[in-house]
Design a protein around this ligand. Structure first.
Ligand code: HEM
Length: 408
């Protein structure tokens, strides 16, 4: 049994991850731990015991302090939720300075400035999707007709892969984001298929460069092989493609669902100037990622709260829990669409802070503003309990379909 060395208090490990509960519920264990034991010993399904961190201050330390490493999780038999070991090779499995070398290659494409260049195209796509919804007539499935195609089309156009292939890679990237319960072979096969899809695409772009991120990355690779290996190039493309749409698509669907269930859509439609603040609050409040998070390994003994994490131990930073930290947010359990100060961690913190945050924010804001303006009486077409849910993905939560209706 682990003890907190300063106090000598024995800690009974809790089983982790906690059940995510119903749909977008936040596991109740987080609030208990924030109050009683913010750095908790936990036992994982594979690889033994580690620590779970639930308050924002310590979560930020684990995400931002270089003494906590992602690279040390690669191919290591560490405490983990899945049977397979982290194969590595992706940006989320690197520490600075290797991480910074890769990160620099994509940060320009997703910078605030470049996202602003893309804003008119995002607005245009949203307009087309809304027109499609109108043409189909009420009711429609918002997932198929709006929340999924928007981020897929945007990331495909930015990266430079045809959105018409989306049915192919969407299925695969969903599996890549799956968690407990999906066989390791399925995930591996999905990842391999997505990798060979992109490798073929890179070969075509190499022969005929375009004005897109993939061509930029190929040029970076070909000008100086030290900047990016061929394998890194493919993996980076796969990561951007998968991370760039599953997350935003579910964030949009979950936001619309939450607004409609809570009856907040009409008021927000009357106050479009509140959309940006409301979108931030929806990002904080909706636990898109559920209870699981990617572990970090301590590279030396580190004092965290009242606990000493020993060198080599795994720590799980619970960003979802940090977003409900009573020491940071007033009434965190309340969805306050006008919350004035909202330093949430929905996009992470530190070197791995989501490079797509500005793109995701822009898509979510334009999507919500346009939907509420065009369909001021938008409502669920089925009772909330009958909204079909994605059961096969543990890492990203959201509805499988979202039937919505309006008065024509
Ligand atoms: C609502 C939408 C999104 C959410 C909530 C989200 C959330 C996150 C979070 C929490 C992390 C950090 C994970 C960690 O440190 O353990 C992350 C990393 C990442 N995200 Fe996002 N993301 C979203 C959209 C996007 C988009 C649109 C892109 C497309 C570019 C993207 C690409 C990435 C990449 C490449 C990383 C790894 C960064 C690194 O390791 O340096 N994400 N995201």
């Amino acid at each position: 049994m682990a003890t907190t060395p300063e106090q000598g208090i024995p800690q009974q490990p809790m089983k982790y991850p906690f059940p995510d509960g119903h749909r977008l519920d936040v596991p109740p264990e987080f609030a208990e731990l924030r109050a009683k034991c913010p750095v908790q010993r936990v036992e994982l399904p594979y690889g033994g015991e580690g620590w779970l961190v639930t308050r924002q201050a310590e979560v930020k330390t684990v995400l931002g302090d270089p003494r906590f490493s992602r690279a040390a999780t690669v191919q290591a038999d560490i405490p983990r939720t899945q049977e397979w070991l982290n194969p590595g090779g992706d940006i989320l499995s690197l520490d600075p300075p290797e991480h910074s070398r890769i990160r620099r290659l994509i940060s320009g494409a997703f910078s605030r400035r470049n996202v602003e260049v893309w804003r008119p195209r995002i607005a245009e796509l949203v307009g087309e999707l809304v027109a499609g919804m109108r043409a189909a007539g009420s009711p429609v499935d918002l997932v198929d007709s709006f929340s999924m195609p928007l981020p897929i089309t945007v990331i495909c156009e930015m990266l430079g892969v045809p959105a018409s292939d989306q049915h192919f890679f969407q299925r695969f990237s969903e599996l890549v984001f799956s968690g407990v319960g999906v066989p390791a072979e399925d995930v591996e096969a999905a990842s391999d298929a997505l990798t060979s899809y992109l490798a073929e695409h890179i070969a075509r772009h190499r022969a005929e460069p375009q004005n897109d991120l993939l061509s930029e990355l190929i040029a970076a690779r070909d000008e100086d092989e030290g900047r990016l290996s061929e394998e890194e190039l493919v993996t980076l493309g796969v990561t951007v493609l998968a991370a760039g749409h599953e997350t935003t698509a579910n964030a949009i669907a979950n936001s619309v669902l939450t607004l409609l269930v809570d009856g907040l859509g009409t008021e927000l439609a009357e106050h479009p100037e509140r959309i940006d603040t409301a979108a931030e609050e929806l990002l904080r409040f909706i636990p898109l990622g559920g209870s699981e998070s990617l572990p970090r390994i301590a590279t030396e003994d580190v004092t965290l709260g009242e606990v000493t994490v020993r060198e080599g131990e795994a720590v799980f930073p619970a960003m979802v829990s940090a977003n409900f930290d009573e020491e940071v947010f007033t009434d965190p359990q309340v969805l306050d669409l006008e919350r004035p100060h909202n330093p949430h961690l929905a996009f992470g913190f530190g070197p791995h802070f989501c490079p797509g945050a500005q793109l995701a924010r822009t898509e979510i804001r334009v999507a919500l503003a346009t939907l509420l303006r065009e369909f001021p009486d938008l409502r669920l077409a089925v009772p909330p309990a009958e909204v079909p849910w994605r059961e096969d993905t543990a890492l990203i939560r959201g509805p499988r379909h979202l039937p919505v209706a309006w008065h024509p």
